[in-house]
Design a protein around this ligand. Structure first.
Ligand code: ADP
Ligand code: MG
Length: 525
């Protein structure tokens, strides 16, 4: 036979090898007997070979093992060793007969194939990743295109209005100018709303969280919600008694709630149905918290339930993805829930979907409990009413010329003394003087090597009680502490209405009038 063949005694000692073994290995006849065969085996394969041989002997079962055997010239080749026990009538093993078959070529081919498969899999994964990336770019492209289009329309409205305004003023015709003014304002508001949504889903929005009572917020929105969902949808509000206070950005929460209600309306169209908005206190134990990917503790939930079409598990899986929509082209943006999700997570909370196809959907927002009283400050200001100061001094730092001019104008018109600086170094020069300053208003992103936060920190070294109002565009949240600011520091997000700015200035200055007075008598330094 061409194979290597051998025999062994019942105790496992090998006692005979055929000529092929000696020819292959180059060993002298008889030198492989007993356990001498181990000398042929590659040292890395010895342990397994010995263990398998011992196991086969113990159970009188077929021995099978792959190992490398050394050829006379020192080359190792893979072999498949197999051996069967020969038994007598009493079922006792009388000897073993084994063979070693050279499987080196097959094994190498198999390994090469394995490698090719791995290589191919890697390439496929790369291709898939590239595809995913290109789909993402496609989506981003669509979004950017859509945005640019919307923005251009809005800008055209603004610049057109301003142009006509200028023309009319130059001609001395002042009647009917309000039309242009309100047109420009309306478009600016819509443009701001557009960027807000984008910032929300990129979780880069500047949040201005404050302690609030969710019941009040919901009650305040009931009318707007009813009007948004239309007469076919019956709106029910269930308010928990003794609801805990939470700390969130109220206008973002209003946005999120409205988004959920509009989704609910869409899910119930065209027949309508019932929409329930419910608040509750929730105590999440270890397990409940883990399920919601939140730390255990006390939360306030705000759930919106509809009796609409519901969602399949696949839709639930993807509902929070930006751009994911099941609505016809032009109707859904797929940005609503991604914004809600970004906002909830950024606020230290969570959002969860409970839905059944055909039965309806409950969307629940969770926010951490805040220990403290709700902030009762009333944000409703008539847009043209600007509070009046009494000569308090406000330092405005902003490199944006037009915005700085607008802020200075409004401050001066409202009875403040306004000082200006266009960057950190020039601001510090003023801050380090004996000049009375009641409030520092500073942009966060500034040229000249210092951001607004650094200016504030430097100023507070000599004026520890200085109040600071940060003006921020977007990505600078981290710089101003993601909405977790120290006492006497607040944030206003660009773009803002001038009236809101005026109100905020008045509010901040008033909240520490005594400081202002001391400043008026004794220079702060
Ligand atoms: P859009 O409303 O623009 O489609 P959203 O991010 O708000 O984008 O929602 C994503 C998708 O999630 C929707 O297209 C819809 O398929 C599903 N969805 C969201 N809310 C509900 C709901 N209340 N009932 C059923 N499906 C919903
Ligand atoms: Mg939506």
């Amino acid at each position: 036979m061409p194979n290597q063949a051998w025999t062994a005694l019942p105790n496992g000692n090998l006692d005979w090898f055929n000529e092929q073994v000696y020819n292959y290995s180059g060993y002298a006849e008889g030198s492989l007997d007993g356990a001498g065969w181990a000398a042929m085996v590659h040292e890395d394969d010895i342990t397994t070979a010995a263990a398998r041989w011992a196991a086969a002997l113990k159970r009188d079962e077929t021995y099978e093992n792959e190992f490398r055997l050394r050829r006379a010239d020192g080359v190792y080749r893979w072999h498949l060793a197999r051996a069967v026990p020969i038994k007598d009538e009493q079922d006792n093993v009388t000897r073993w007969i084994g063979t070693n078959t050279d499987i080196h070529d097959q094994k190498e081919a198999a390994e090469a194939l394995e490698q090719r498969v791995q290589e191919r899999t890697r390439q496929l994964m790369q291709a898939e990743e590239a595809l995913r990336q290109s789909q993402k770019m496609e989506a981003v492209g669509q979004l950017t295109g859509g945005l640019a289009h919307d923005f251009n329309n809005l800008l055209a409205g603004i610049s057109g209005s301003l142009e006509l305004l200028a023309k009319r003023l130059a001609e001395g015709r002042t009647t009917g100018l309000e039309r242009y003014l309100s047109g420009a304002q309306e478009n600016a508001r819509r443009a701001a709303a557009l960027t807000q949504r984008l910032l929300a889903f990129s979780r880069r929005q500047t949040l201005d969280p404050r302690p609030l009572n969710l019941n009040k917020l919901v009650a305040g929105m009931e009318d707007l919600i009813r009007r948004s969902v239309g007469p076919d949808v019956q709106v029910e509000v269930v308010q928990a008694g003794g609801l805990w206070t939470t700390k969130v950005d109220d206008s973002q929460l209003e946005n999120a709630l409205l988004n959920l209600c509009i989704n609910a309306r869409d899910a119930m169209a065209p027949n309508g149905g019932r929409l329930t908005i419910e608040t509750a206190n929730k105590w999440l134990d270890e397990r409940a918290a883990r399920e919601r990917d939140l730390p255990p503790g006390q939360y306030i939930s705000l759930c919106v339930t509809d009796t609409g079409a519901g969602m399949t598990p696949e839709v639930i899986e993807r509902a929070f993805d930006p751009f994911f929509t099941t609505k016809p082209l032009g109707q859904g943006t797929g940005l609503g829930l991604s914004m809600v999700y970004g906002f909830a997570r950024q606020s230290g909370g969570q959002v969860r979907i409970y839905s059944e196809v055909g039965a309806g959907t409950t969307m629940c927002l969770y926010f951490p409990r805040h220990h403290g009283e709700a902030d009762e400050r009333d944000e409703t200001i008539a847009s043209d009413e600007i509070e009046h100061g009494h000569g308090e001094v406000v330092l405005v730092v902003d490199d944006e010329v037009v915005l700085r001019m607008l802020m200075l104008d409004v401050l001066q018109e409202s009875g403040y003394r306004a000082l200006e600086a266009m960057n950190g170094p020039s601001a510090l020069k003023i801050l380090e003087s004996d000049q009375r300053i009641d409030l520092l208003v500073t942009d966060v992103g500034l040229p000249g090597g210092m951001n607004g936060r650094q200016i504030a920190d430097a100023a507070r070294r000599t004026r520890p009680d200085l109040k600071v109002l940060f003006i921020t565009g977007y990505a600078e949240n981290a710089v101003v502490g993601n909405g977790h600011l120290g006492p006497g520091m607040e944030v206003l997000t660009k773009p803002f209405e001038i009236a809101v700015f005026g109100h905020k200035v008045r509010d901040m200055i008033d909240r520490g009038t005594w400081l202002g007075r001391i400043g008026a008598i004794v220079p702060i330094r």
